[in-house]
Design a protein around this ligand. Structure first.
Ligand SMILES: N=c1c2ncn([C@@H]3O[C@H](COP(=O)(O)OP(=O)(O)OP(=O)(O)O)[C@@H](O)[C@H]3O)c2ncn1[C@@H]1O[C@H](COP(=O)(O)O)[C@@H](O)[C@H]1O
Length: 109
């Protein structure tokens, strides 16, 4: 059943931040990934993006949904490790709301 995306992201972000603060790599995948460094988190995000693309082009809806969740999870870890909140991303999306991508591109210097 579909869930509220804002609530799901807020809950995931809170757990990820807690895992980063606890820094227990043995007990937590998030902590173990962070211990490998920002480059490894970014690499995982890239892998999940590629897997999402492949699923979109060749796999069924359930597979694409799973890959999308993996992608968002790893983006959440990367943002949290950088100290950026989903609320910051939401604010940027809200700032852009109502401005056509065509109009924005045409206004660039
Ligand atoms: N949503 C997720 C989530 N999605 C995917 N993953 C893990 O992400 C990892 C990467 O997936 P892969 O298939 O690429 O794994 P892999 O082939 O072993 O990859 P490598 O790391 O070896 O390169 C797997 O271990 C998945 O289980 C997740 N791990 C955790 N969460 C959330 O994060 C919370 C905290 O998790 P812990 O830090 O483990 O407590 C959990 O309660 C969940 O809510």
């Amino acid at each position: 059943m579909a869930q509220d995306i804002g609530g799901a992201l807020a809950l995931l972000e809170a757990v990820v931040k807690e895992r980063l603060a606890a820094n227990d790599a043995g007990a937590s995948y998030v902590a173990s990934l962070a211990a490998k460094g920002r480059g490894k988190i970014a690499q995982k995000l890239g892998e999940e993006a590629t897997e999402t693309i492949i699923a979109a082009l060749t796999e069924d809806d359930a597979a694409l949904t799973g890959e999308a969740a993996d992608l968002i999870f790893h983006l959440t870890v990367l943002l949290a490790e950088r100290g950026i909140a989903w609320g910051d991303v939401a604010a940027e999306l809200a700032r852009r709301h109502g401005t056509s991508g065509h109009a924005e591109k045409a206004s660039r210097p």
